[in-house]
Design a protein around this ligand. Sequence first.
Ligand SMILES: NC(=O)c1ccc[n+]([C@@H]2O[C@H](COP(=O)([O-])OP(=O)(O)OC[C@H]3O[C@@H](n4cnc5c(N)ncnc54)[C@H](OP(=O)(O)O)[C@@H]3O)[C@@H](O)[C@H]2O)c1
Length: 287
Amino acid sequence: MARAAFIGLGVMGFPMAGHLAARGHEVTVYNRNPKRAEAWLEKHAGRSAATPAAAAKGAEVVFTCVGNDDDLRSVTLGENGAFDGLDEGALLVDHTTASAAVARELAEAAAAQGAGFIDAPVSGGQAGAENGALSVMCGGEPADYARAEPVIMAYAKGCRLMGPAGAGQLTKMVNQICIAGLLQGLSEGLAFARKAGLDGEAVLEVISKGAAGSWQMENRGKTMLADKFDFGFAVDWMRKDLAICLAEANANGAALPVTALVDQFYKDVQGMGGARWDTSSLIKRLA
Ligand SMILES: NC(=O)c1ccc[n+]([C@@H]2O[C@H](COP(=O)([O-])OP(=O)(O)OC[C@H]3O[C@@H](n4cnc5c(N)ncnc54)[C@H](OP(=O)(O)O)[C@@H]3O)[C@@H](O)[C@H]2O)c1
């Protein structure tokens, strides 16, 4: 069992830290808004700390799961950030969906302090975090990964080292690129079915068993037909992720024409008041 710190008790971090405590790890949590840390302590065994540095002090593994690159820099490299408390030999594991560049930056900062770093973005959403069934894609040194994996498995159904620092984030970019085009296709298909006078639910039932089937079709098809988007993975978050993908493609020369277009469609959805709607709300533009 590890002495662990968990920084960022949002939709994802709250249940992930809970799974660590449930497995018997000794968990110290930090959240910027202390009310979330208090709520966590009401449900789980552990301690809370007043700053990321205080949470990290004495921990063998320090987890972060915050919003974006800047938030991540703030809770790690900032004043009273995790690096101010990180012990030599400790490991920083970041679950934020962020750029590969910030992952490499933190890996260097960790190495300078005699610590390890793993970028470990996740897929599986809120339900995956709550059910302990996330898919985790990692970047870093194999020896560090070997220490991180058994602890991460408290909330994962799969975890894999993809390469050096940044490789986890690059893999998460592939994940988001695949989802963006797929959701637009699903939206167009269901909007077409409606115009064609077909029974949408019947269409889903029959085509989901064939070559068009997907996680999105299984888990979002019915709610898309029912015009329900007040849950799930927010459009604002998706645009943050797609901006990271488009910037990386700009640097590595990959062509992402559909991803760039879908990003603009999400901008339309934001303009319709859908910033917090689930990403399947792309279909709203086609109504
Ligand atoms: N939600 C999903 O389905 C999902 C799926 C896969 C990946 N992700 C990724 O996982 C990460 C977290 O997502 P989430 O849904 O858990 O987000 P969230 O519910 O908005 O939580 C964000 C957490 O980060 C903290 N935070 C943000 N900026 C901070 C800062 N500058 N300083 C200190 N704390 C800060 C927040 O603290 P406060 O409570 O004080 O605001 C909160 O604890 C994101 O990178 C997201 O893209 C999310």
